[in-house]
Structures are given as structure tokens and as C-alpha cells.
Design a binder for this molecule. Structure first.
Ligand SMILES: Nc1ncnc2c1ncn2[C@@H]1O[C@H](COP(=O)(O)OP(=O)(O)O)[C@@H](O)[C@H]1O
Ligand SMILES: [Mg+2]
Length: 264
């Protein structure tokens, strides 16, 4: 059965795209069949993966039942498959505001569940309808955080919003759990440890049991590394650009931890 993991935080610049692309590459190289879905209207994941942008996009699939799903799924040079994002997703809050549209992403991943092992979803820095679609479609969330206190607000926002989809007493709309959080641009300095400690405390205290797995959500770090931006400019995974980079090592560790948790 395929596993759907979404990277999220209402804040931008916190590593959602980098984490999606890197995990896609690593999981694919471990033999998993990976489909990346770019839900962000900025399409950074789509651009970085060098996806063919003349193909039908996620917006086209949501907007028109007649669009051919197989035409929208493309294998990119880094080995995994992707459904491209679209700038038209900026209209999603207006166009997909009816209750049945909430299931568009869930229906899509369910239809492809036999063809892939992992769906990795990159989300926009917003609390919008596409993110609500993720709450319904995803099995797990990874909260992306940068090295600052304000990205911690993203944890509260996600917990609040996700809980609305887990209404007790009524039929729950979502089974999604918060698998863990990743801090990017990590530096092992005193102030950094304070932010890490604060984050850990938050993760351990404010996430209700109903939206976490049996294990406490993980908190892992990706060290600040020049190779991350260099790899991005080259449109290469960090693993390929510089396998020995600290950030490359950290992402391999994160991928192992994810696999250990979701495949046991
Ligand atoms: N570990 C890291 N070290 C240095 N730069 C990083 C690291 N992780 C991410 N970045 C850079 O931070 C910026 C924001 O990351 P990105 O993944 O685009 O965030 P988001 O998708 O949440 O907006 C990018 O320029 C990326 O290259
Ligand atoms: Mg992004």
C-alpha cells in the first residue's frame, strides 16, 4: 500500500521543497517507486526537477475530469516521477471551495496506490484549500522549520488545522499523523540549541495523541551547507552534487528514519 507524506509549514523558505526533492531522490535510489506532487503555485519543485511543463499539471487534473492521468505523470532525470505544479493553483481557493473538492487529492493518490510506494507532496507556504486537501490525503506530515523561532508558529497552525479534520464524535476526515519535523540550515551553536530545545519541547507537548504515531514525532536537523544552494542552482539532488556534504548525510539519515517508522 502506498504511503503519502506531505512537507508543510505556512511559512516559506523553511525547506519544504528541498526536503521533498531530496527525499524523492533518496527513496527512489533505494528502489521505492516515488511520485512527487507539486501543490505549490510557485512550482519550485517542478522547476528544480526539470519537469516538462507542457504536460497536464495537478491543477489540470483537479479542474478537468477528462485530463489523462498518465500524461500528467512524468519520470524526470533524477529517477522519480512527478506531477507538475501550476501557477493556476493560485485560483484553487476559489475554484475548489465546494465540499466534494476537498477529496480531489485523496482520490488521485488512491487511484495510483498500486503504481507507487511513496507519494511525496510539496505544499505552498499558506493555509489554503490545497493544504486542506493534503490533510485529507496524507498519511503523514513532516513539518519543515528553519533556524528561527517564528517558523515554530507553523507547528501550532498545523496542529490546529489538522485537529479540525480529526473531529471526535463525527466521522473523521483525516487519518494523517505528524511523523516529525526537520530543521534546515542547522548550526550547532548555543542559540541553535535553544531553538532546537524549544522545538523539541513543543513537539513533545502540544501534539495530541490522535495526530501522532505511537512514537514521539522525530526532530531531525539538516546542517547549513553551501552545497544545498549549489545543488539547487545545478538542478541536482544534494546527494548527486556532493554526496559527502553534511546536508547530504543528514538527509540520508532522515530518509532512513522515515523508512524505519513508516515501514515497520
Ligand atoms: N541545509 C541547508 N543549508 C543551506 N541552505 C539550505 C538548506 N536547506 C535549504 N536551504 C536553502 O533555503 C532556501 C529555502 O528552501 P526551500 O526548500 O525552497 O524552502 P520552502 O520550500 O519551504 O520555501 C533554498 O534556497 C534552499 O536552497
Ligand atoms: Mg517551496
Amino acid at each position: 500500500m502506498a504511503i503519502t507524506i506531505a512537507m508543510a509549514n505556512q511559512k516559506g523558505g523553511v525547506g519544504k521543497t528541498t526536503t521533498t526533492l531530496e527525499l524523492a531522490y533518496i527513496l527512489n535510489s533505494l528502489g521505492k517507486r516515488v511520485l512527487v506532487i507539486d501543490m505549490d503555485q510557485q512550482c519550485n519543485t517542478t522547476k528544480n526537477a526539470d519537469a516538462d511543463r507542457s504536460r497536464p499539471t495537478i491543477f489540470d487534473l483537479f479542474n478537468d475530469d477528462d485530463v489523462d492521468m498518465s500524461a500528467a505523470i512524468q519520470k524526470v532525470k533524477n529517477g522519480y516521477s512527478i506531477i507538475a505544479g501550476s501557477p493556476e493553483m493560485s485560483k484553487a481557493d476559489k475554484m475548489f471551495d465546494d465540499p466534494s473538492s476537498a477529496y480531489l487529492l485523496k482520490d488521485l493518490v488512491d487511484a495510483l496506490a498500486e503504481d507507487f510506494d511513496y507519494f511525496l507532496i510539496d505544499t505552498a507556504p499558506a493555509r489554503n484549500i490545497p493544504l486542506n486537501m493534503c490533510y485529507i490525503a496524507a498519511d503523514y506530515f513532516i513539518i519543515c522549520l528553519d533556524f528561527s523561532e517564528d517558523s515554530l508558529d507553523g507547528i501550532d497552525a498545523m496542529v490546529n488545522d489538522l485537529m479540525k479534520f480529526h473531529k471526535s464524535g463525527k466521522r473523521s476526515l483525516s487519518d494523517a499523523k505528524i511523523l516529525g519535523a526537520v530543521i534546515i540550515r542547522y548550526r550547532d551553536i548555543n542559540i541553535g540549541n535553544a531553538i532546537k530545545d524549544l522545538t523539541l519541547e513543543k513537539i513533545e507537548t502540544i501534539i495530541p495523541d490522535i495526530i501522532k504515531t505511537k512514537e514521539t514525532p522525530f526532530l531531525l536537523t539538516v546542517r547549513l551547507a553551501a552545497a544545498v544552494d549549489e545543488a539547487k542552482i545545478s538542478h541536482l539532488p544534494i546527494q548527486v552534487y556532493k554526496h559527502s556534504a553534511t546536508a547530504a548525510i543528514d538527509y540520508r539519515y532522515i530518509a532512513d528514519e522515515i523508512l524505519r517508522r513508516v515501514e515497520k
